[in-house]
Ligand binder design. Sequence first.
Ligand code: KG4
Ligand code: ZN
Length: 342
Amino acid sequence: MVVLGIETSCDDTSVALVNSSRQVLALETANQDKVHKPFGGVVPEIAGRNHSQFLLPIIDSVLTKSKMELKDISGIAVTHKPGLVGSLLVGLVTAKTLALVNNIKLIGVHHIEGHLVAPFLMDDEYKGPEFFKEPFIALIVSGGHTHLYLVKEFGKYQLLGQTIDDAAGEAFDKFAKMLSLGYPGGPLVDKLAQSGDDKKYLFPKPMSKSNDFKMSFSGLKTSASRLISQLKPEDIESNKNHLCASFQKTVVDSLIEKVKTALVQEKIKKLVISGGVSANSLLRSRAQQLCNELNCELAIPPLRYCTDNAAMIALLGMMKLQQGLTSGQDLSPIPYADLQNI
Ligand code: KG4
Ligand code: ZN
């Protein structure tokens, strides 16, 4: 069986083919970073318009490169929640039309649940970990989400805590904007931080005293903004790498602290970290250190499956299809949707 995945929830137009052995047969993504860069963030209208321009040619290209036709496809999985409504609509209308016309099963999926299964994808260079069906702690960190879950099994999610304001990726992006680094900011901060001294500036660690799994990044953003406004332009310029290293360390410390408490408190020995921010090199190495310390298994997707991609959507669609969880033509876009037990 092969499932075609379509992801258009934000600004990436992505299409993939995944088979029932979790193998990615094809993945193509049109990145819109350049178009949104001048605005310092995603402009929903522009994102939607670009999706409608890119999507059909990418579907064609993925099928052609894999030497497959729509008649070879068992299901079409599409992100229908959460996301920008205009962006979701483009993927959804396309998926529904292709499914109806070609008599293919339609599977609506939750974007965050897609990130959760991303570490379990496989391709010629990456084999997902063994613990596919076990309970695990999952941290989903992206531009829109910073959520900590206890995953008892796929479909059974207990939200332990989430950010009460900005998402971690959003904090990286806004911090990068303060330093005029460009967009999206996360990878640029990560790169500059490599040569920086993370002790040069001290930022307050968010929510370190809260005895729960709540996270917060807007206070950190404000304190970074205050510090930067007090520095001379030439000092900012010559200390960008130190500022990035200190900011990144504070975000990562805060995330790792919550994850550690969750693993210990829930007595779980397996950890999944996924979403765009899981591409962060410090977060990846600190998560590995933590898992070594606690004798836990760690699953973080390779970089190509960290940020938004349709392979994770196709895999989730395959899992749902195998359980008979398909959708009807009344499937609609839902801009705001928590990941609850489904
Ligand atoms: O999952 P994703 O592609 O889209 C959303 O669903 O939001 O995540 C994008 C976010 C952006 O905020 C971007 O700055 C951040 O992930 N990001 C990173 C890194 N790579 C991407 N943040 C920190 N370090 C990185 N290396
Ligand atoms: Zn995402």
